[in-house]
Design a protein around this ligand. Structure first.
Ligand code: G6P
Length: 507
């Protein structure tokens, strides 16, 4: 990278899924598609203030072709310096389909059916060593190589559970001159959930993360759970530290909550876009006055779509007055279908929806409609129209659908929200909150929402709208960067001797 202005920091975002994906054009060039995630949208504002390098993984043949063309140095794309790593496909399969999803994801969302799965077998160990560890190491190598001549202060922000070992390898390659601050988008459960992993893998993950300077989580609960997990499993993680710091082998690591949000301005704009209006008009006609219960999710076991359908069935059984008067729409975005558990889950959802329709349909009414696909304009249109938004995950880092919904909804719709979504801590007071396991309680909440007096709906909807409006994704990003800058300047003031990284993760 360019060793220019020595004062301003270089921000390095590192993630598995990148901000853009490429498609090959006939003329040999590439068409660029921007991802829709909050992180990508937040980047717009960030890139105006700071120089940003984004390192991600090539995920398609066109991405790999682009990466090959630009393997010598990062390339400026849409305001960011982009660098894609291009690992061997077999290693990537082990990394993504065996370790990251399902093993780590399932532990952190507590999805395993423990008497039966997982079994940490020979293939898991192979995937850990030749997939996960190897790819984390590759990221570190590429970053260290790219930044070899960099003179500016460097802030590295690794994203999520794909990159737990990266801080260790990066620290090893670059020493204390980089400030490393991962952010975990998914929940961090308490120590007990981590017993599924053998000590060697578990400790490598913890030691990997403790090579960072500060670690960001969605909620205070996650941040606290992380501190507890380290204290519980690492004998030399300082026993007397504070609630949100760990002293480990001479270094102090902070554990901090930064609840993520949405790009309020952009979502509001898109909600009024021509395509969204068209969908809105078409669906208003389709609903023909019926009340709408909406859910919008990736096809993902942690989203608890199946129990949501069971709760809807309970509603129709217990309160027949809603039959013919209500419509459930589930917008489901295909996700990780190479992983068996995800395929099975989709099959079960379609089966349950089919059974409900077979039992309750009339000649003019189909109680539930599952719409599989990825169409953001359509999702936003329906979020404007819902009477009830059902967000009932078993566990969820935040759940941005809840925030998008309450921002754009036009009908003073009611949010039915799981107490295990990160969004619960911000929105729970004005939603109807449920246990995701309690299908009876969820059916009662749906009934309460469908029959709630207009005045109460309005009061709740206004409160929810204001909360989301006040803290958007730029706020989330800047809070992290500001803390990193403060850490850097206090580190420079103290100018302490370099700390020693922990044990080497199993390589
Ligand atoms: C969650 C994770 C992200 C991930 C996204 C989509 O939101 O926190 O890290 O990118 O799901 O999953 P995928 O496997 O398609 O990247």
């Amino acid at each position: 990278m360019n060793p220019t202005n020595q004062g301003d920091p270089l921000i390095v975002i590192v993630s598995h899924r990148g901000p853009f994906s490429f498609t090959a054009r006939r003329d040999g060039g590439f068409k660029l598609t921007r991802g829709a995630g909050g992180l990508v949208t937040a980047l717009g504002a960030l890139a105006q203030k700071h120089e940003v390098l984004w390192v991600a993984c090539a995920l398609s043949p066109a991405d790999r072709a682009w990466a090959k063309l630009h393997e010598a140095r990062p390339e400026r794309v849409d305001g960011v310096q982009l660098r894609l790593i291009s690992p061997n496909l077999q290693r990537h399969r082990l990394f993504y389909n065996v370790i990251a999803n399902p093993l780590l994801w399932f532990i952190q969302h507590q999805l395993w059916d423990i008497p039966r799965a997982p079994s940490i077998d020979r293939n898991t160990w192979k995937a850990w060593e030749q997939g996960y560890t190897w790819i984390n190491h590759l990221y570190a190598e590429v970053i260290a190589h790219t930044l070899a001549d960099e003179q500016r202060p460097i802030i590295v922000l690794p994203q999520d559970y794909h990159l737990y070992l990266l801080p260790f390898y990066l620290r090893e390659a670059m020493g204390e001159r980089v400030h490393i601050q991962p952010f975990l988008h998914i929940p961090w459960p308490g120590p007990d959930a981590w017993r599924i992993l053998p000590a060697q893998i578990r400790n490598s993950i913890l030691i990997g993360l403790l090579s960072a300077n500060r670690i960001g989580f969605q909620t205070d609960k996650d941040a606290f759970n992380f501190v507890q997990t380290c204290r519980f499993y690492l004998p030399d993680a300082h026993a007397r530290g504070t609630r949100d710091t760990i002293t480990y082998r001479g270094r102090t690591i902070r554990s901090t909550a930064y609840p993520i949000s949405i790009d309020v301005q952009k979502v509001e704009q898109l909600a009024e876009d021509g395509r969204t209006r068209q969908h809105r008009a078409a669906f208003s006609e389709y609903l023909s006055g019926r009340q709408l219960i909406l859910r919008v999710d990736r096809i993902e076991p942690s989203k608890n779509i199946l129990r949501g359908l069971q709760a809807y069935r309970n509603l129709l059984e217990s309160y027949p007055e809603h039959r013919g008067q209500v419509q459930m729409l589930a917008l489901l975005v295909p996700s990780r279908l190479e992983v068996d558990e995800y395929q099975d889950y989709l099959r079960d959802i379609m089966g349950e929806a089919g059974l409900i329709n077979a039992e309750f349909s009339t000649s003019t009414w189909e109680p539930v409609r599952i719409v599989v696909g990825d169409n953001y304009a359509r999702a936003l249109a329906l979020m404007q129209l819902y009477d009830v938004l059902l967000v009932n995950p078993i566990a969820d880092g935040m759940n941005l659908v809840a925030k998008e919904g309450v921002l754009v909804n036009l009908k003073n719709g009611v949010l039915v929200l799981s107490e295990h979504a990160g969004a619960f801590y911000e929105l729970g007071d004005h939603a109807l909150t449920v246990s995701p396991f309690d299908t009876y309680g969820t059916a009662e909440a749906l009934h309460q929402a469908l029959t709630m007096p207009e005045e109460e709906r309005l009061a709740r909807a206004n409160k929810l709208h204001d909360i989301v409006k006040q803290a958007d994704v730029n706020h989330w990003f800047h809070a992290q960067v500001d803390d990193a800058l403060n850490d850097l300047s206090s580190h420079a003031r103290k100018s302490s001797t370099p700390g020693t990284p922990g044990n080497k993760p199993s390589a």
